[in-house]
Ligand binder design. Sequence first.
Ligand code: GLA
Length: 389
Amino acid sequence: MGRTTKKDLIIKYQNKFESQFKDKTHFTAIAPGRINIIGEHTDYNLGLAMPIAIDRWICSIVSIREDNKFKIYSANFDEEVFISKDQLDKKTENWKKYVFGCIQVFINKYNINKGFNILIGGNIPIGFGMSSSASLEVSLLSSLYSACKISIDYHTILELSNKVEKEFLGIQSGVLDQYASIFSKKNKPILIDFSSLTHTYVNSNIKGASWLLINSMVQRALVESKYNERVSECQCALKIINDSEEKNIKFYELNKYHLEQLKDHPILYKRIYHIISENNRVMLMRQALGNGDLDLIGDILNKSHVSLSRDYQVSCNEIEAIIQISKKQKGFYGGRIMGGGFGGCCICLVKDSQKDIFVEDLLSKFYKQFSYDLKIEYVKFSDGLRLVN
Ligand code: GLA
């Protein structure tokens, strides 16, 4: 996978598209994956988060066909399907679910009666919490907009992607990943407020330390995890609060005072405690990044991890080991599980001068416990969605 640039990917897949479909009139969109600095499981609870796009992308290329069928090629899986509209409804698996879902929500929304040639390809590892699926949705929907000459509406892309996640994949997710993939700016973490779907860019003055992404290699499919359970627990907690108070409190209005109403529901108490404290940590992180306060940034990350692990309970043994080992290493400011949880990656802040030794020791100590190698994902920051034509 290495250091492929955005340009490399676009050229590679446009060439592939032309040889695969013998068609030179095509529309390309390329959308990045993301890391999330802070603000986990807050998106579907209308809270705050601070992701940033990375230099791993999914590229989608679309052309209009003369019939109204769909020929779709996945470059990563080297697999092609040729289907008609009624087959979009059929039960399907893996990458096809996302693609069929996007085509269907798009053509239904805009009453489209055209067929498409589609190529999808990219370099985001699948299932490790770097948001490969959201990037696919964002890039494919955007290239469909271009091919159909409909002017792009980013908030509708968020809506349509969310519909795909919920109706085609069965995941009750928020829009953190898609939002970051669309609106990110290079080297600027983006502070998103999910209650209003607005954002601001954050100044990061980190010096002498770098973000490190540690892949636990535990692959998680959100739909098979307890992700949906967490979503409904939070909804249930909100209902209890509202029933007891006879008010119409929204998620974003919750504060520690409301926790009182959950004292007879210890699990729900913990879930909402995480949400309230995590939103506070996002605001604190904005300040800490602006001040370049490495110790404070590390402390916020560590506290977020404890909260995700103990209160929200979305960690796993391998991730706990990564954090425990890291905490004993020199140069480690802090770190936490990132993304949906139950596996995937940890995001850590590590002193530059100690980084190599930190990685070496972490890998060997982890290997002693689990007999397999962790993977360090060396990512750089990137801009958001780009349309090419
Ligand atoms: C996954 C989901 C996001 C978000 C995160 C947790 O990445 O796709 O919507 O809920 O988990 O913060």
